[in-house]
Write a protein that binds this ligand. Structure first.
Ligand SMILES: [Zn+2]
Length: 305
């Protein structure tokens, strides 16, 4: 995807990419946040009908295969492997919906602190504390992460440190043609590879700790199990990663000096909470409803989605 350019803080034309998008969305400057947001979604919008027909075909296939295999729904078919029931899935969505007031009050606090009359989607990643501009080199991020995770044992810390520093576990920086986001990958018999798009922000340090959690989980699971028993289910996967983020946050909260720095880290924790609990569940709800509509014969058009 080519997203074109926007004008940055210094008046320079800069290229918008998957990796830089989030950096601009976390800008203190609302004009830059809005420009990046508009540009990205305008580009996606040009392909709206293509995405919708791809999605329609994909979901119809899921619905058909579930029917052929005798499942009640594509939802039941999807969660079957993880030994999760549709009731658990639906209960998660229901519980999150019943507690949206917590999310709304967080957003309201954020809106107030940012001094805005209304909070737009492009404002929700803006920093709460504008005065903090600290950047972290990848080497610093590695040391901070390993020190925070030392509580999990010397073996854990040493394995991770060696993997990152000498083992070639991590593809660190954004690159042309490289996908955005961050992932932990690999398979039985390989290193637990980590894909990052590191841009030196506090959020990137937390992302490293998060992916390190997945990778150490995989590493230990593969090391201690036969291949057929070494995979873990998606339902438990985020435990290892989010625990690492919380360990990092607690360590940093103990060590930073100023109230602003503390606030910045607490905001990072709130963002993790928002993303992991609220946002992911909203994805699940969207997906569930999309599958239900498709199963009842509605074509998934761009407008419907
Ligand atoms: Zn994760």
């Amino acid at each position: 995807m080519r997203f074109g350019t926007i004008i940055d803080e210094d008046g320079k034309k800069v290229r918008l990419t998957d990796a830089t998008y989030i950096v601009y969305l976390m800008s203190k400057n609302r004009r830059i946040r809005r420009a990046a947001f508009k540009k990205l979604y305008e580009t996606y919008d040009q392909f709206g009908n293509t995405f919708a027909s791809l999605m329609d075909a994909y979901v119809r296939e899921k619905v058909s295969i579930a029917k052929v295999r005798g499942f009640e729904s594509s939802l039941q078919a999807s969660v079957f492997e993880d030994e999760v029931t549709p009731e658990i899935y639906n209960n998660l969505i229901k519980t999150v919906n019943e507690n949206l007031d917590v999310l709304y009050s967080y957003y309201d606090l954020k809106r107030e602190m940012l001094g805005l009359s209304a909070l737009h989607l492009y404002d929700i990643y803006a920093p709460l504390v504008g005065s903090i501009d600290k950047e972290y080199t990848f080497e610093e991020a590695t040391d901070i992460t390993i020190n925070a995770l030392r509580i999990l044992g010397d073996d854990y810390a040493a394995t991770l440190e060696d993997g990152i520093k000498n083992g070639g576990w991590v593809d660190v920086y954004p690159n042309r043609g490289k996908r955005g986001g961050a992932y932990s990958s690999g398979c039985y018999g390989t290193k637990p590879y980590i894909l990052l798009n590191y841009t030196s922000q506090l959020d990137d340090v937390f992302t490293l700790a998060h992916e390190a959690g997945h990778s150490m989980h995989s590493y230990n699971s593969r090391k201690n199990n036969e291949p057929q028993n070494s995979e873990y289910t998606i339902f438990v996967a985020e435990v290892a990663s989010t625990v690492n983020e919380l360990l990092l946050a607690r360590k940093m909260l103990r060590e930073v000096q100023s109230d602003d720095e503390k606030l910045n880290i607490l905001n990072q924790v709130m963002e993790t909470y928002k993303g992991t609990l609220y946002r992911q569940t909203m994805f699940a709800e969207f997906e569930r409803d999309m599958h239900e509509m498709s199963a009842s014969g509605h074509p998934l058009t761009k407008e419907l989605l």
